[in-house]
Design a protein around this ligand. Structure first.
Ligand code: MF3
Ligand code: CO
Ligand code: CO
Length: 264
């Protein structure tokens, strides 16, 4: 069901999003070569708990952690592990969902580990810009397809990258995953019309190679995660957004320059 949120509910989601953004801002400083991916999980868990919130991924469909940590060709839903360390030149995606007083927020960021290749940096830059091109379209009266079309045109037509199809954005609140589906690809002018008070995520996943992905089973946890089919590098950025009279508002803003025009 699609629920339209009041201004108060949107503000509460932004408070949840501020806790989530605090995790990402902290991660910026600690992600470097040699960091154990378990440190990402423990930093996030502590930060979230210290701010009176809970990690919604923990326990979701049997998932045992509060963060998803996906490295290089891992597209999404990767697992943080004791002893799995980041290496110079890696790129790492950290995706988490925070619940504060019943209000959800969801955001993924891609981090460079030490010095990365120009190819990896370009992938990160294009993926991040594609998120903001999608957000530009999240205005009252537009359609869901306008968001995906803007992303796909930039990622595929302008850069020749693979725009992942199988995993998509979503409505959010009261639970992590609500209707509508928000693909990062599509046709302009198609799909559901966007209304004031909708809260959604926009979360493009972009591969340097094909858009196709395959699943891989983690036997230890009986958990399925995703890798690019051709082993190419993959990047993702995700924000939680509210559609308002004043345009799209980013509820998981880290306060960066690029977020300013979308701040609540
Ligand atoms: N945060 C993810 C999303 O963007 C959900 C991760 S699935 C989980 O939708 F099982 F790991 F929680
Ligand atoms: Co997410
Ligand atoms: Co999401």
């Amino acid at each position: 069901m699609i629920t339209l949120k009041s201004e108060r509910e949107i503000e509460k989601m932004a408070e949840s999003g501020a806790v989530l953004a605090g995790v990402h801002k902290g991660l910026r400083d600690i992600i470097k070569p040699g960091l154990d991916t378990w440190e990402i999980e423990s930093f996030a868990r502590k930060y979230i708990a210290d701010h009176g919130a809970t990690p919604s991924e923990l326990g979701f469909e049997g998932y045992k952690y509060g963060t998803c940590v996906s490295i290089n060709d891992e597209v999404a839903h990767g697992i943080p592990r004791k002893g799995l360390k980041l290496k110079e030149g890696d790129i790492v995606k950290v995706d988490l969902t925070v619940n504060l007083d019943g209000f959800e927020s969801d955001s993924c960021w891609t981090y460079p580990v030490g010095k990365i290749s120009d190819e990896a940096q370009k992938l990160i830059d294009v993926t991040k810009k594609s998120l903001y091109l999608g957000i530009d379209q999240a205005v009252i009266g537009n359609r869901i397809g306008d968001i995906g079309a803007a992303i796909q045109k930039y990622v595929e037509d302008e850069h020749g990258y693979g725009d992942v199809r199988e995993l998509i954005g979503h409505g959010i609140q009261p639970t992590m995953h609500e209707e509508p589906s928000v693909p990062a690809y599509g046709k302009a002018g198609h799909g559901l019309r966007l209304k004031e008070g909708m809260t959604i995520t926009i979360e493009p996943m972009v591969n340097t190679g094909t858009w196709e992905i395959k699943d891989r089973l983690d036997k230890k946890d009986d958990w399925t995660y995703y890798v690019s089919s051709d082993g190419s590098l993959s990047s993702q950025f995700e924000h939680t957004i509210a559609i308002t009279k004043d345009g799209p508002k980013i509820l998981t803003s880290q306060g960066d320059e690029i977020d300013k025009k979308y701040q609540l």
